[in-house]
Design a protein around this ligand. Structure first.
Ligand SMILES: [Zn+2]
Length: 238
């Protein structure tokens, strides 16, 4: 293969790496952000659950206090029953006793409900904490690696630009300009191999004459359909 074509292929490889690096400069911060947000969201969820648990604990204490008060009152009314003289007094105290008993049973039920809810929430929180640990083991090394990748992009870009300069100084300016013009119009692919008797860029079958020309010629030949520069690669089944 002609030296010029080899240089163009090399330049295209470098340009594709540069494109990838430039894309990474945009994509990596978003990927890192997503990985961190997954951990943060689960962490927030656990914190919400803990706050809810504390609130339930507070409500339970309030209900227990109410229960104690009702129990004290009941005791007091039951003692009064022993000292009453009239039926009327008896009825009044008995009514109070019934009220306190109903109140006690309400408090007890409420406390039981709170305890059930708390137990379920505690279990859920334990599961979430394990999920969080697993997620951290997965995500932290990933985002640390991505942060390293991101911080080295500028250096890697500089290296590729150096490589490019080393190749382009040896290339005819007119040819480089043609390559750059085609590449710009063709989505980054300016020079393509012939594959299965077709252009490796637009996949249109090439006339046998054209294939022979590309194999033998010393000049730069392009695909008549898409305008890309064609080359022959012995290693490809063309
Ligand atoms: Zn083509």
């Amino acid at each position: 293969m002609r030296e010029t074509l080899k240089m163009l292929i090399k330049i295209q490889e470098i340009d594709q790496k540069v494109d990838q690096l430039n894309h990474s400069k945009i994509d990596l911060p978003a990927e890192i952000e997503t990985l961190k947000k997954q951990v943060q969201d689960l962490d927030d969820n656990i914190a919400d659950g803990q706050a809810k648990l504390a609130q339930l604990e507070k409500e339970k204490r309030e209900q227990e206090l109410g229960l104690e008060t009702a129990q004290d009152r009941l005791k007091k009314y039951q003692q009064q029953l022993n000292r009453i003289k009239t039926n009327r007094e008896y009825d009044a105290i008995q009514t109070e006793i019934d009220v306190q008993k109903a109140s006690i049973s309400e408090y007890e039920e409420s406390i039981l409900n709170i305890m059930t809810t708390s137990e379920e929430l505690t279990e859920t929180l334990e599961e979430r904490r394990q999920e969080l640990e697993t997620l951290k083991v997965q995500n932290v090394p990933k985002w640390e690696q991505l942060e390293i990748d991101l911080s080295s992009i500028e250096d890697r870009l500089a290296i590729q630009q150096d490589h490019r300069k080393n190749v382009t100084v040896r290339l005819e300016g007119r040819l480089l300009a043609a390559y750059e013009r085609i590449r710009k119009g063709k989505n980054g692919l300016a020079i393509v191999p012939i594959r299965k008797r077709a252009c490796g860029g637009c996949f249109k079958t090439l006339p046998p004459q054209k294939i022979q020309e590309v194999r033998r010629t010393d000049s730069i030949l392009t695909c008549e359909n898409c305008g890309r520069i064609l080359y022959w690669d012995e290693n490809l089944e063309s």
